[in-house]
Design a protein around this ligand. Structure first.
Ligand code: NAD
Length: 482
């Protein structure tokens, strides 16, 4: 079988030591790799490259499509862009995969039976970075959730479950509140989940789901979620598993993938043969599965588990009475390498499938067949807080062709007509107009007419949002109380 080219960066601090240890183990286990090494991190930043990675190195990533990355040190002071965010966005790494496993009794944990994987959507949600201050009082951040993005991440979670012998995929959303955005994520989860009959499916509202995860993580197997919840909960899960120092993570895209440890470059521990290479090694195990060397991945993973249970430990997890031998980075790597071919006895041995038993084809979203109709418009205006009736009267007095005011809301709550006096208002008002003929479509020209009449009345409009139906179903939320 031919070798797979990969790009390797040794990073900063303890990076070079843990990368050498990892590569030593992979080599001894017979991983079939052609390694291209690139430089990233502190030196590159300090040489004036604000991204921390040179163009020539990016060419290597584009060539090999697989990146094994050691942690880097981001220099103090402003102006340095996060290398992780750059790589993730540049290479379209839409899935972040983080196994959170307890290794009781060798690593202190709150939950000895914990063994779950968080699959976090990595590109969308509030992280699209589209933010505006719209009035002196009001700021907003756009939460973008796409059907195609949900399909990609949900499908990835199910394929991951299948390939890694996991039995259940749970979805976390807040679709009781965000019925359209999180509702779409949940809906796509149900649609795609139905294609995986062999895997159990469930959905939790993220708040109670998170509480359950923190309390009884054994109840979960694979959890898939939108970006923000995943960002927060993957850290919570790694922390309560006790494995922050041992956890690896994968960032996966359609063409490219990046594998790393979740910890940083621990500069104080550098160059002393102290660091624990386990996080990066477990990242490398995920890489081996990704490049279709699951036999080597399992051999490395099992040798590592055996080393752990044999009590051969680096300083960070060494415990009197439990550990047998305190070793440095190099000796730990040798201990793992010498156990390749052995299976753990206390931990359950790991197996990886050669390939998913059956891959579900993408459910192609036929956007063109969906009938969209614009049936109204929300015009947002800046107007002093508290003057609900005055604004309402001004809006009623506008005479846009074929449009009528149906409500005004403030921070989502309907305040006009017939709002409550006690509702606190800001300077940011949403004024909803529909056709004068109930339910009839409206035109762009009518929206322009509305804006012209608002302009003539001296109203400071900030933006509009079209109110559309898709195949007859409303694609917008009602005002609270509407
Ligand atoms: P850190 O993860 O580097 O260290 C936190 C603590 O854990 C330290 O006490 C350290 O000694 C210990 N530790 C971490 N990894 C260890 C290992 N493999 N073996 C033994 N002990 C280990 O976090 P930090 O100190 O906050 O950050 C240091 C630098 O790393 C910063 O420049 C930060 O920006 C960077 N960082 C990089 C990444 C990355 O490249 N993915 C991630 C996080 C932090």
């Amino acid at each position: 079988m031919s070798n797979t080219p990969i790009t390797v960066a040794k990073g900063d601090g303890i990076g070079p030591e843990i990368m050498d240890a990892t590569l030593h183990i992979l080599k001894e286990a017979g991983a079939r790799l052609d390694i291209e090494e690139i430089e990233i991190g502190e030196k590159v930043y300090l040489a004036g490259n604000s991204a921390g990675i040179a163009q020539s190195s990016i060419q290597s990533l584009l060539r090999t499509k697989v990146f094994l990355k050691a942690p880097i040190t981001t220099p103090q002071g402003g102006g340095f862009k996060s290398l992780n965010v750059t790589t993730r966005k540049m290479l379209g790494l839409y899935a972040n995969v983080r196994p959170c496993v307890a290794y009781d009794p060798y690593v202190r944990t709150k939950h000895p039976g914990m063994n779950l994987v968080i699959v976090r959507e990595n590109e969308e949600d509030l992280y699209a970075g589209i933010e505006h201050q719209q009035t002196p009082d009001v700021t907003q951040c756009l939460k973008l959730i796409t059907r195609s993005g949900c399909q990609r991440i949900v499908k990835y979670a199910f394929e991951y479950a299948r390939r890694n012998n996991r039995k259940k995929v749970t979805c976390f959303t807040k679709d009781n509140i965000m019925k359209i955005t999180d509702g779409l994520f949940h809906k796509v989860f149900d649609e795609i989940g139905a294609l995986y009959e062999d895997i159990e499916k469930e959905h939790w509202i993220v708040d109670i789901g998170a509480a359950k995860m923190a309390d009884t993580p054994e109840a979960f197997d694979v959890i898939v979620m939108p970006n923000l919840y995943g960002d927060i909960l993957s850290d919570v899960a790694a922390q309560i598993a006790g494995s922050v120092g041992l956890a690896g993570s994968a960032n996966i895209g359609a063409k490219y993938a990046m594998f790393e440890a979740i910890h940083g470059s621990a500069p104080r521990r550098a160059n002393q043969n102290l660091a624990n290479p386990s996080g990066l090694l477990l990242g490398a195990v995920m890489m081996l599965v990704h490049i279709n060397q699951p036999d080597i991945a399992a051999a490395v993973h099992n040798a590592w588990l055996k080393t752990l249970e044999d009590g051969v430990h680096t300083y960070d997890i060494f415990k009197e009475g439990i550990s047998k031998e305190k070793v440095g980075t190099k000796e730990f790597a040798q201990a793992v390498a010498s156990r390749v071919g052995q299976l753990p006895e206390k931990f359950k041995p790991v197996t990886y499938n050669t390939a998913p038993s059956q891959t579900v084809e993408d459910t192609i979203y036929a956007a063109s067949t969906v009938k969209k109709e614009t049936i109204g418009v929300d015009m947002f205006v800046q107007y002093p807080p508290g003057l609900t009736e005055e604004l309402g009267k001004k809006l009623e007095a506008l005479t846009p062709e074929g449009l009528k005011l149906v409500m005004v809301s403030n921070r989502g709550v309907k305040v006009y007509p017939g709002g409550l006096k006690d509702t606190i208002t800001t300077d940011h008002w949403r004024c909803r107009f529909h056709s004068t003929t109930d339910g009839a479509p409206i035109t762009h020209q009518q929206i322009i007419g509305l804006l012209s009449s608002a302009e003539a009345a001296g109203l400071d409009f900030i933006k509009t949002e079209n109110l559309c139906t898709f195949d007859g179903k409303p694609g917008f939320s009602l005002g609270q109380g509407q």
